[in-house]
Ligand binder design. Structure first.
Ligand SMILES: [Zn+2]
Length: 482
């Protein structure tokens, strides 16, 4: 029985490794070849020839006599480089080491007869051409886009392109929404909250804020080909003024600081209630979950059918994060009284919510001037109108003069009052927000079930003297303290 190697190459993100292996295994059985070694190459861009080391190893194996047959699904798996000589070299090296290449989809591949060699070369040439053609057509397309000063590249939410291929114009579909998002972020509203208002992920909100063309009116497009980067300016209608753009981006920068890390905890797939998973089990310190809904339609032990009834919501031990098993010691309590106590505590708390924000400094004004300068520079590179050019040069001069005369007072950030109280936040918040607030209080002051005279009570901050009750960090730069 002949011995062989299977050679599989898939690009990153491709699902077809398993199917290639299956095809090769089936073919090997038919030919009476036993596969003794597999080469599995991942994420290799065919046109770069990075599979060289694997091929060298294969040739060495064959020369040693480990196996003599190499099976691939298509010759392009073995090599698809631009260099036809290098391809021929690999095939020749395999053959002169005494090996044979079987390409399942090209029966003539690698045969020694004249016709076979022609087919081989044609197949290899086609592979090389495929790579070249893809590159060439992409390059031509990009150069047309550049010459048209058209748009190429990603755009944030509320931006779209219109027009024919190679001449696409980017434009803002909803300027009012974009301006509103900048104003909300600039005034300290959390990304999560802005995202909720516009059905966007917090990251997408960030991308809108950071999109410089929103104030410069110029999208810097670029494309890299064979180590050379082409850049060109694509003109669009600006949506916000530079001052607002800069204010919002400054808030984003403050967001990056440690005090703005999300403290919401592990996401819950389908939260029955903000209380679920909040409190610790008094017996095992696992988590207590809300057990509500309907009773099962079958008896859990006998399997007899029963009429489902609504459950009285109970807080039961759900064990620890990975092993979700009840400890069995804490048998559960009615949830509603506990929910009422905690909800009542938040709903009547008039403590002010504080937000991390700038309380002193004028550096942002200088930043705004620099932003204005960049906007002018961007427009200077894109304009072909003489009058506009004159105006821009004059504006540039004026801004430069103001920058030179600027006296900086350093920025200082601190927690300062918002116009919201704990009660307002609680009463208008959804389950996720309530869970976050309750978790934050638990983390800072402590919140636990405690037994008093046979009755379960909820105790908040019981072990902390009132004058030492720390800041409750709500995440996203918000907090409150007593
Ligand atoms: Zn427990």
């Amino acid at each position: 029985m002949a011995l062989g190697a299977g050679f599989v190459r898939v690009s990153t993100g491709s699902q077809d490794e398993a199917s290639q292996i299956k095809v090769i295994e089936g073919d090997a059985v038919e030919r009476g070849v036993t596969i003794v070694k597999w080469f599995r190459l991942h994420g290799y861009s065919a046109s770069h020839g990075t599979q060289e080391p694997a091929l060298r190893e294969m040739i060495a194996d064959i020369a040693r006599g480990d196996y003599s047959t190499v099976i691939v699904t298509e010759s392009s798996r073995l090599d698809r480089r631009d260099d036809l000589d290098a391809q021929a070299e690999i095939l020749l090296a395999i053959r002169s080491a005494g090996g044979d290449v079987i390409s399942i989809s090209e029966p003539q591949f690698g045969r020694t007869d004249f016709a076979g060699r022609v087919v081989t070369l044609v197949a290899q040439h086609a592979n090389a051409e495929k790579s070249k053609t893809v590159k060439r057509t992409t390059y031509r397309g990009i150069m047309m886009i550049r010459d048209n000063k058209a748009h190429h590249g990603p755009l944030p939410a509320f931006w779209a392109t219109e027009g024919v291929r190679y001449a696409k114009q980017a434009w803002c579909e909803d300027p009012a929404a974009v301006v509103d998002i900048y104003e909300r972020v600039a005034s300290g509203e959390s990304l999560l909250s802005v995202g909720r208002a516009y059905d966007l992920y917090p990251n997408s909100v960030k991308n809108v804020i950071r999109f410089a063309a929103n104030h410069t009116g110029v999208v810097e497009c670029s494309w890299t080909h064979e180590g050379q980067t082409e850049t060109w300016a694509h003109k669009v209608a600006p949506v916000v003024d530079s001052a607002l753009w800069w204010r919002a981006n400054k808030v984003l920068e403050a967001n990056m600081s440690e005090s703005r890390v999300n403290k919401g905890g592990r996401p819950v797939a389908s939260p029955a209630n903000w209380m679920s998973g909040l409190l610790d089990c008094p017996a095992c310190a696992g988590k207590l979950y809300l057990n509500a809904g309907m009773t099962p339609a079958k008896h859990w032990r006998t399997g007899k059918p029963r009429v489902p009834k609504p459950r009285t919501p109970k807080l039961r031990c759900g064990g620890h994060a990975k092993r979700r098993l009840s400890c069995g010691e804490f048998t559960g309590i009615d949830a509603q009284p506990v929910i009422d106590v905690v909800a009542g505590m938040f709903a009547s708390d008039t403590t002010e919510i504080l937000a991390f924000q700038r309380v002193a400094g004028n550096a942002h004004e200088l930043d705004e001037l620099h932003a204005g300068l960049r906007k002018i520079q961007a427009r200077l590179s894109a304009t072909e109108d003489d009058d506009e050019l004159d105006t821009l040069v004059a504006e540039r001069k004026a801004i430069k003069a103001r920058i030179e005369g600027f006296v900086i007072v350093a920025d200082r950030f601190d927690y300062a009052p918002t116009e919201q109280t704990v009660a307002q936040m609680w009463n208008t918040g959804d389950d996720t927000l309530k869970r976050g607030m309750a978790r934050a209080v638990k983390a800072s002051w402590g919140m636990a079930l405690a037994e008093h005279d046979g009755q379960w009570r909820i105790a908040v901050g019981q072990n902390t003297p009132t004058d030492q009750m720390g800041i409750v960090d709500l995440g996203n730069g918000l907090c409150f303290r007593r």
